[in-house]
Write a protein that binds this ligand. Structure first.
Ligand code: ATP
Length: 326
């Protein structure tokens, strides 16, 4: 079968709930199909340092429900150099790894693309990131769990916001993508979502909030995507406070809580289906593609497309939030 006997698997970049379910699915699908499997610890850094272990079915027992990644993850500067990648490739050869499955975000897949181009061997990527910022796929492993975590946290903040009649700016992750903020706002009935894809003026926001308070709303919640473009929750709160000192403004930055926790059913199912598809891709002779999902169908997306920074956000939802916050 294409001269591939052994598949290596690693997780890289930011961890995301569901990565373990993906590791399990890749490992067991590969073993079922007669491949040898090697787990690589600490992402590309571990590949460089030779942190590699033969995986059997027991290595992935009892992990589907766990957040984080049993393979650990890391960021490696060395892998970004040609010498570093050569060292990584030599370690792969020494371990007789013929193909690689990389689970990670856009940086990890950019690294995979570079690596595959230099050393002509198959790499298949799985979109593992809570940010949902990979193109060519409707969703990514970890996004649904993070969204649910945000929803639960904001529900709790709403209780105190209501009691004190306060305005809360809540910062969520997403780097340069507003998916978590936008859909988090929909799921929690927030007054607004401030996202990097759409410019929001302080005046517009203040007007919205003012209208809300005038109509005797007892609290206001605004979700803000962390980003230089939005200025983050702190930056935005400062600007609003300066112009409207009459508001009692509070800021909560949800931070790393959004990465943790047991994956939702949706993420476990997605990770399992995608993990199986990654091995299928290798069997079919696909290379340098990410497994994506569109309209509930698994597809292969070339790395170059997956890491393109142009995933469209559903702009209509901004209007929905505005309309429903009357
Ligand atoms: P998340 O979106 O959750 O932060 P990520 O995969 O985007 O995850 P990064 O830190 O951007 O996380 O990338 C992970 C690792 O991938 C980097 O530490 C580096 O080793 C490797 N990498 C990123 N970009 C490149 C590149 N252009 N060339 C080679 N390697 C890269």
């Amino acid at each position: 079968m294409l001269g591939i006997n052994c598949i290596g698997i690693l997780t890289s970049g930011g961890d995301a709930p569901g990565m373990n379910a993906a590791i399990r699915a890749v490992t067991r699908t590969a073993l079922y199909n007669g491949f040898e499997v090697k787990g690589i610890y600490h992402g590309y850094r571990g590949l460089l340092n030779g942190e590699i272990e033969t995986f059997r079915t027991e290595n992935v027992s009892n992990i589907i429900q766990l957040g984080g990644t049993i393979l650990k993850t890391a960021r490696s500067k060395e892998f970004q150099t040609p010498e570093g990648r050569r060292q990584a490739f030599e370690n792969m050869q020494r371990e007789h790894i013929d193909a690689l499955v990389v689970i990670g975000g856009d940086g990890s897949l950019a690294g995979a693309r570079e690596f595959a181009a230099e050393f002509n061997f198959p790499i298949v990527g799985l979109p593992g990131t809570i940010d949902n910022d990979l193109s060519g796929t409707d969703t990514t492993i970890g996004y649904d769990t993070a969204l649910n975590t945000i929803m639960e946290a904001v529900d709790k903040i709403r209780d105190t916001a209501m009691s004190h009649e306060r305005l809360f700016f809540i910062e969520v992750m997403g780097r340069n993508a507003g998916f978590l903020a936008l859909n988090g706002a929909i799921a929690t009935g927030a007054e607004a979502a401030i996202i990097p894809e759409i410019a929001t003026e302080v005046d517009q926001l203040a007007e919205l909030i003012q209208n809300g308070f005038r109509k005797s709303k007892s609290s206001s919640i605004v979700l803000v995507a962390e980003s230089e473009v939005t200025g983050g929750a702190m930056g935005l709160a400062e600007r609003v406070k300066q112009e409207y000192p009459e508001y009692e403004v509070r800021v909560t930055i949800l931070g790393h809580i959004q990465r943790g926790g047991s994956p939702t059913a949706a993420d476990r199912i997605l990770a399992t289906r995608m993990g199986e598809a990654a091995v299928d891709a290798i069997i079919e002779g696909q290379r340098n593609v990410m497994v994506g999902i569109q309209d509930d169908k698994l597809i292969y997306v070339p790395f170059s497309k997956a890491i393109r920074d142009d995933k469209p956000i559903n702009r209509d939802l901004i209007q929905t939030i505005k309309m429903l916050s009357i």
